[in-house]
Each structure stands twice: as structure tokens, then as C-alpha cells.
Write a protein that binds this ligand. Structure first.
Ligand code: NAP
Length: 301
């Protein structure tokens, strides 16, 4: 088989870096489109090809695969109008420009795997799969519009999968933000603690991107979440047990809203109970189906 060439946006990020390493290990040719080539050089293996802008992407480079993960981080700081706009432009606007680039250069990637999130479904306690109807809200609209801009690749002839990603557990992201408080025994449930957390281990996240590339029967939305979502209270208990620390200090919804503003309601106090129906039906085998094993594997790293 000829060397497969993949263009990765967001390749310098938490998920993207792991994906790039695994793609190189599988013998793919990897090009990362980044805003900061110098920083990317320090963080990615030397075999990675780096490109600072779409204009710099040579028109004769052909990519069979696009993995589109770029986006302004959602949980880094409190939300305001400008930040919410930046969540949009860095995902929807950026993906629109990517589609235009391929269209203008008469190129059609065979497979486009693009980011999305379980926030697509809006807050819900009921079990959800890819066919479930969403509830409106900022997160839903952001994911819906991001998916729809990625699906414009379909008009060019590409197969598109949108990964409705859960909370990715690894050395960065949500877990790394929780650990300092939990390690000193100051962790506890958030709000009611009954909100669902659909999580996925970092290695399963990367494997699910490869699975979507390889399984041509998959297209459209694909939930990237583990088989066993948990409530926030169950997550809190499991993390406390893994760290051998008490988790008796709850944070009230009032305090969460005071500290995190609108982000508290969109990302922390409400959640989704998501099932990976499309991954399961296409034979995906999770390395970490259970939270306890996922946490202990990460905490010994
Ligand atoms: N991690 C999770 O738990 C999780 C859950 C659900 C969905 N997701 C989605 O999956 C994608 C990847 O997640 P991640 O955790 O790997 O993200 P990340 O670590 O925050 O990395 C995102 C990448 O996007 C690029 N980026 C950041 N701000 C940007 C901006 N304003 N304009 C254009 N590009 C920008 C950056 O690349 P350069 O600096 O190299 O340009 C960065 O490396 C994100 O879009 C995220 O929303 C993640």
C-alpha cells in the first residue's frame, strides 16, 4: 500500500500530538498545520512536516486524510462574548477555510475526520446515541455548526466523520485540571453530582480516529466516548480511590457559577449520558472500557 498522507489541524494539541505520533508509527506521512511552527517543532517528532498557514500548504501536496482538531480551548478561562466568538471562528471559520483550500486546489481528501463534542446533544440525563435529538444551547450550536462546516467536504466527494468527543482523560485536559485539588484531598462532587460525564481514555480517543479512517462504512456523527459513562459523583469517588484521597468537599452549583460563570452550566454542572453506538457497531475494541482502569493507567504515568 502506498504511504498515506494526513493533514492534521490542531496537531500540536493534547489529542493531536498523540494522534501524530501514532500516525507516524503506522507509517503515515504527517503534515501539521499550525499557527506556531517554532513551538510545534519543539513538541512534535522531527519526521512531522510543519506548515504555518493554508497559503503555505503547497498546492501539489496531496492528502488522502484530513484530521481536523483545531479550536480555541473551551475550558481555559471564563467565557465572554469575544471568547465565544473565538470558539466559533477557530472551529467553524477555520474549517470553512480548509474546505475552500481543497476546493480551490481541486483536491479531494478521501477521509475527513473532524472534531465535535458530546456538547452537541446539550444537557441531558437520558442515554444518548448518534440518532438522539439535541437540546438547544451554546455548546449544541457550536458543535452543530462545526460539524456542518466539516460536512461541506462531502460536496467535494470526501467521506466525513465528526467525532462527538467526550471528556478525554490524559495528562492534559479536564483530568489535569482536577488533579491538584484532588491530590490534596480538596476534591468533591460538583453541584448535584448527578450530571453525567461521558469520558474516554486518551489512547482510545486516538484509536477511534484511526478506526474512523480505516472503517469506510462510518460517516457522519460518531460518538467518541467510553462504554461506561458515569455520574459526576461516581467519577469523583473513582478519582479519590485511585489517588487514595478523601472526596468529601462538594462544590455547590452557586460557587461553580461564581467561579466559572456561564462555563459552569455548559461544561460542569450539566452533562450527557452518551453511548458509542457507531464505534461499537463497527467493531471498535476499547482498551479502557472501565473508568477505574483508565484512571489508574494514567495516574502511574
Ligand atoms: N480534550 C477534550 O477533552 C475534548 C473533548 C471534546 C472535544 N474536544 C475537541 O477536540 C479538539 C482537540 O482537543 P484538544 O484537547 O487536543 O485541544 P487543545 O489541546 O486545546 O489543542 C487545540 C489545538 O487547536 C489549535 N488552536 C487553539 N486555539 C486556536 C485558535 N484560536 N485558532 C486556530 N487554532 C487554534 C492549536 O494548534 P496551533 O497552536 O498549533 O495552531 C491547538 O494545539 C478541540 O477542538 C476540542 O474542542 C476535546
Amino acid at each position: 500500500m502506498s504511504l498515506r498522507s494526513v493533514l492534521v489541524t490542531g496537531g500540536t494539541g493534547f489529542i493531536g500530538r498523540h494522534f501524530c505520533r501514532s500516525a507516524l508509527a503506522r507509517g503515515m506521512r504527517v503534515t501539521v498545520l499550525t499557527r506556531d511552527v517554532k513551538a510545534a517543532k519543539e513538541n512534535l517528532p522531527p519526521e512531522t512536516r510543519l506548515c504555518g498557514s493554508l497559503d503555505e500548504l503547497r498546492s501539489h501536496d496531496t492528502f488522502q486524510i484530513v484530521v481536523n482538531l483545531a479550536g480555541e480551548p473551551l475550558a481555559a478561562r471564563r467565557w465572554n462574548t469575544a471568547r465565544k466568538q473565538s470558539f466559533y471562528t477557530s472551529r467553524v471559520g477555520f474549517t470553512d477555510r480548509l474546505v475552500t483550500f481543497f476546493k480551490n486546489h481541486n483536491q479531494v481528501p478521501d477521509h475527513v475526520i473532524s472534531g465535535s463534542a458530546v456538547g452537541f446533544y446539550g444537557p441531558s440525563q437520558a442515554p444518548l446515541d448518534e440518532t438522539s435529538s439535541p437540546i438547544d444551547g451554546f455548546s449544541h450550536r457550536l458543535c452543530r455548526d462545526w460539524e456542518s462546516s466539516a460536512r461541506a467536504f462531502e460536496a467535494l466527494g470526501s467521506r466525513v466523520c465528526c467525532l462527538r468527543t467526550g471528556i478525554v482523560l490524559g495528562e492534559q485536559g479536564a483530568l489535569s485540571r482536577m488533579l491538584p485539588a484532588f491530590k490534596v484531598g480538596l476534591g468533591g462532587p460538583l453541584g448535584s453530582g448527578e450530571q453525567w460525564m461521558s469520558w474516554i481514555h486518551r489512547d482510545d480517543m486516538v484509536a477511534s480516529i484511526h478506526h474512523c479512517i480505516d472503517h469506510v462504512e462510518l460517516r457522519g456523527p460518531v460518538n467518541a466516548t467510553a462504554l461506561n459513562p458515569v455520574t459526576n459523583r461516581q467519577f469523583t469517588r473513582a478519582l479519590g480511590v485511585a489517588l487514595q484521597r478523601p472526596t468529601i468537599l462538594p462544590m455547590s452549583a452557586f460557587m461553580a457559577r461564581l467561579l466559572f460563570g456561564e462555563m459552569a452550566d455548559e461544561l460542569l454542572l450539566q452533562g450527557q449520558n452518551v453511548r458509542p453506538a457507531a464505534l461499537s457497531a463497527s467493531g471498535f475494541k476499547f482498551l479502557y472500557p472501565q473508568l477505574e482502569v483508565a484512571l489508574s493507567s494514567l495516574l502511574v504515568e
